[in-house]
Write a protein that binds this ligand. Structure first.
Ligand code: UD1
Length: 414
C-alpha cells in the first residue's frame, strides 16, 4: 500500500460488521439443524477462511454482498484439515460446536503466532470438565463424548476464545453449565444473542458469570445482523486524530469503544458520540498518557499498535503496557523506521512523542500492526510503503476505498 501522507481526513465513514463477532457466529451455526441467514457480514479474508472451513464440513454456504445464507443440515464431517487450521487460529472455534452437536471433533493443533504462543489449554481443560476425552497426538487434537454434561467451570484467565468455545459446547449439553471469570467482550454478548435466537438458553454474557442451560437441539430458522466492528471503529477514530482531521464514523456502537474514546479525550481530542455515530475532531498537538491493555472493558490489545502511533505524535512521554499477548510489539521496529522514538522494556513500551513521522518502507507483521503502519503513513509528511497487506486484508474491509473517501492518498500495487 502506497500512502502519500499529510492529508487531513475529512468526511463520513461507515463501519463494517465485526470480524470477531462473525467468526464465532459462523462456528456456532454448526449447532443449528435449520438454514439461517446472516446480515452485515464483512467481506474479509478471515471470514472467507471460516466459510471454507464450514464448507469442508459439509455446510452449504452462499455469500453474496454482505449476506450469508448457511444451510448446516448437510454436515458430513467433524474434521478440519490442517491447511485450513493453519490459515487462521480462530478456526479452533468450531471445536466447541462440533463436539457439542456431534460428540466428536478432530483438528490440527493451532500453532503459536507472531503476537504470542496462544495455547489452547483453557479450551481443552473445559472440554474435559464437560466430560469429553481429549487426546493430543501427532499435532492433532481429538475430543470425543457421547453427550457433554453441564458442570461448574472457573477460567484461569477470561479468554475470549475459551469462553466462546465453552458456550457452544455447553449449549446442547445435558444440564446446566456455569462459567466463572468469563471474557466480557461485546462479541460474547453477541454470541449469546445468536445462540439464544437459535433456541439456546444462555444468560450472563457481558458479566463475569455465564449460565447455560443445555437444550436437546438448536435450529430455529433465523436471520441475524452482526454488530459493527469496534476495532475498525477505533482504528478510524485514531486515523482522524493523527491526521488532525474531522471524521464522522457511522454504523457503530459508541459504548463498545469507550476505552478508546476515554483515552483520546484524555489526550485532548474532541470526541462526540450519540446513538450509532462518533464524531472525532483532531487538534494540532495532543498530550501523552499511559495505556494498559486489559480484557474488556479495559483498553483492547487489538488497539494497542494504533494507539502507539497516536502517542508517538503526542507532547511528552507515554508508557504502553501490553498485558494480554507476550509478543505484541513487533510494530515498534517498523514505527522507528518512520521516526518514532520508542523503546521496549519487558511488557512496556516507552514512547517519546515527536513532532512528525517520516515516510518509510515498512512491513506489517500482523493485522493490527499493519493498521498501525497505515496510520503512521497517513500521519507522516511524505510517502510510506506498507508491505505484507495479507495481514490487513484479514480484518479490514475495503480499507483503502474507505480512506480514499475521507481524502487520503492511498493506493495498492501488486
Ligand atoms: C480474541 C480475538 C483477538 C483479541 C483477543 C484478546 C477473536 C477471533 N480474536 O482472540 O482479536 O486480540 O481475543 O482480546 O475473537 N490463553 C491461554 N490459554 C488458552 C486461551 C488463551 O493462555 O487456552 C491466553 C492467550 O495466549 C492470550 C490471552 O489468553 O495471552 C488472551 O487470549 P484470548 O482471550 O483467548 O484471545 P483469542 O480468543 O485467541
Amino acid at each position: 500500500m502506497i500512502i502519500s501522507g499529510g492529508a487531513r481526513l475529512k468526511g463520513v465513514v461507515t463501519i463494517s460488521g465485526a470480524k470477531n463477532a462473525i467468526l464465532p457466529i459462523l462456528a456456532a451455526s454448526l449447532l443449528s439443524e435449520s438454514p439461517l441467514v446472516l446480515e452485515g457480514v464483512p467481506c474479509l479474508d478471515d471470514v472467507k477462511i471460516m466459510k471454507d472451513v464450514l464448507q469442508e464440513l459439509g455446510v452449504k454456504v452462499n455469500f453474496v454482498g454482505d449476506m450469508m445464507e448457511i444451510d448446516p443440515s448437510s454436515i458430513n464431517s467433524t474434521e478440519v484439515s490442517p491447511s485450513l487450521m493453519r490459515m487462521m487460529r480462530a478456526s479452533n472455534l468450531v471445536m466447541g460446536a462440533l463436539l457439542g452437536r456431534f460428540g466428536r471433533v478432530r483438528v490440527s493443533q493451532p500453532g503459536g503466532c507472531t503476537i504470542g504462543s496462544r495455547p489452547m489449554d483453557l479450551h481443552l481443560k473445559s472440554f474435559i470438565a464437560l466430560g469429553a476425552e481429549v487426546a493430543q497426538n501427532h499435532g492433532f487434537i481429538e475430543a470425543e463424548c457421547a453427550r457433554l454434561e453441564g458442570t461448574d467451570l472457573h477460567l484461569d484467565f477470561p479468554s475470549v476464545g475459551a469462553t466462546e468455545n465453552i458456550m457452544m459446547a455447553a449449549a446442547m449439553a445435558e444440564g446446566t453449565t456455569i462459567i466463572r471469570n468469563t471474557a466480557r467482550e461485546p462479541e460474547i454478548i453477541e454470541l449469546q444473542n445468536f445462540l439464544n435466537k437459535l433456541g439456546a438458553r444462555i444468560k450472563g454474557a457481558g458479566l463475569d458469570v455465564i449460565r447455560i442451560d443445555g437444550v436437546p437441539k438448536l435450529g430455529r430458522e433465523i436471520a441475524y445482523r452482526v454488530i459493527p466492528d469496534r476495532i475498525e471503529t477505533g482504528t478510524f477514530m485514531v486515523a482522524a486524530a493523527v491526521t488532525r482531521g474531522d471524521v464522522l464514523i457511522r454504523n457503530t456502537i459508541p459504548e463498545h469503544v469507550e476505552p478508546v474514546t476515554a483515552k483520546l479525550r484524555e489526550a485532548g481530542i474532541d470526541v462526540q458520540e450519540k446513538d450509532d455515530w462518533i464524531h472525532v475532531r483532531g487538534v494540532d498537538r495532543w498530550n501523552s498518557l499511559d495505556v494498559r491493555t486489559m480484557p474488556f472493558p479495559g483498553f483492547p490489545t487489538d488497539m494497542q499498535a494504533q494507539m502507539m502511533v497516536f502517542l508517538s505524535l503526542a507532547r511528552g512521554t507515554s508508557i504502553i503496557t501490553e498485558n494480554i499477548f507476550e509478543n505484541r510489539f513487533q510494530h515498534v521496529g517498523e514505527l522507528r523506521r518512520m521516526g518514532a522514538q520508542i523503546r521496549v522494556e519487558g511488557r512496556s513500551a516507552v514512547v517519546e512523542g515527536v513532532q512528525s513521522l517520516t515516510g518509510a518502507v515498512v512491513e506489517s507483521t500482523d493485522l493490527r500492526a499493519g493498521a498501525a503502519l497505515v496510520l503512521g503513513g497517513l500521519a507522516s509528511d511524505n510517502t510510506t510503503v506498507v508491505e505484507g497487506l495479507q495481514h490487513i486484508d484479514r480484518g479490514y474491509e475495503k480499507l483503502e476505498s474507505k480512506l480514499r473517501l475521507l481524502g487520503a492518498k492511498v493506493r495498492r500495487e501488486a
